[in-house]
Design a protein around this ligand. Structure first.
Ligand code: FAD
Length: 334
């Protein structure tokens, strides 16, 4: 299915903030809307993190909220809340706007003022005039399926923060982040011996620039490559002279190698990384700087709402943020 067209609004995340945005947009007569959600259903955080039967409070944690917009909910149990929300989506006639199982990695504004949404390519190129980021705060980097033995955990990382000069480092992954980490470490010129491991034999998921640099560095011998083989498991080097012990990588073909550090870049981003990737200005707590009346960030047309902008979020607050953002978008589109 290809969706190569320009949407008026692309909404990222189908939690309370994203859902309310889609409903408010419909009420304003804005039809070209897409909601991209990485899980296989809406309200995923609530489904996963609320206990069965949990009471869903309007004034969550004692903070009083009046609903500003058209989307509200009655206090009830978790299960009833999910039913209420499902009904609201159906009644608004917008269920087809929700595209599930699509993880968004970032958003870029092109020179023509149109946003391009970085997701998998299954839906084609997704472009939008406005973007609402409603990804909450629960994002985490993806982890491999094998266990991390506690002894070597400090040496198994998800970014380059802990890499020290002279280390032998394995970067795992085949996407842009993996590529940028791998050649970035070489470019830092701090004496690291860098290997890139990707389970596929060819690099296909990187953008052309990253792919070109990675392939060139491999050819020039600046970067080692271990392609076409997946890691089976990792284990501590037995009786190693350093603490914590180094990491022994055991590949699925039976080959092994030893590294000081392993950096995983397997997709999935923390909310802060996501916002940074989009070029949004953040305050010292890693929260976006935005206009409270409109929820617009420093990038015109790019809005952040719900838990991603505040550590003290609630469903009602996310609904209100959605109302403010859509009101602003509708006003500007007139
Ligand atoms: C245990 C618990 C109990 C709570 N109880 C209450 C309560 O009783 N009343 C109340 O008002 N509030 C409560 N809250 C808070 C409330 O749930 C949140 O404030 C609210 O869900 C925030 O909505 P949101 O849309 O901003 O984010 P979320 O609900 O976190 O939704 C974000 C959505 O974005 C998706 N997503 C994330 N990253 C990406 C990506 N890169 N690409 C695509 N999709 C992505 C996620 O899968 C998710 O569906 C509770 C919170 C917790 C943890």
């Amino acid at each position: 299915m290809s969706l190569d067209k320009i949407f008026d609004i692309a909404i990222i995340g189908a939690g309370p903030g994203g859902i309310a945005s889609a409903i408010e947009a419909k009420l304003k007569g804005i039809e070209k809307v897409i909601v991209l959600e990485k899980a296989d259903n809406h309200s995923d955080m609530i489904r996963k993190f609320y206990k069965p039967g949990k009471r869903v409070d309007k004034d969550w944690q004692g903070k009083k909220f009046e609903f500003e917009g058209n989307v509200t909910f009655e206090e009830c149990s978790k299960e009833e809340y999910l039913e209420q929300i499902e009904k609201k989506i159906q009644d608004a006639g917008i269920a087809d706007k929700f595209k599930y199982n699509h993880h968004v990695y970032g958003v870029k504004k092109n020179s023509d003022g149109i946003f391009e949404i970085g997701a998998d390519n299954e839906l084609g190129v997704i472009q939008a005039k406005n973007v609402i980021i409603a990804i909450g705060r629960m994002g985490k980097p993806n982890k491999p399926s094998y266990k991390f033995p506690p002894k070597i955990r400090p040496r198994l990382n998800f970014n380059l923060d802990k890499v020290k000069p002279g280390e032998k480092v394995l970067v795992v992954g085949g996407g842009d982040t993996a590529g940028e980490y791998a050649y970035g470490l070489v470019d830092m010129d701090i004496g690291c011996d860098v290997t890139l491991n990707y389970r596929r034999p060819e690099i296909t998921r990187m953008n052309p620039t990253n792919k070109e640099i990675v392939e060139r560095y491999i050819k020039e011998g600046k970067l080692k490559a271990k392609l076409g083989v997946d890691i089976d498991h990792v284990e501590p080097v037995e009786d190693d002279e350093v603490t914590p012990p180094r990491v022994k990588i055991v590949y699925k073909d039976g080959s092994t190698d030893i590294f000081d550090r392993v950096v995983y870049a397997l997709g999935g981003t923390s909310p802060v990384d996501f916002l940074k990737n989009c070029g949004i200005e953040l305050n010292e707590w890693g929260e976006p700087i935005y206009n409270e009346e409109t929820m617009e960030t420093n990038i015109p047309g790019l809005y952040t709402i719900g838990d991603v902008v505040t550590s003290q979020g609630s469903i009602a607050l996310a609904f209100n943020h959605a109302y403010r953002a859509i009101k602003d978008i509708a006003k500007k589109s007139k």
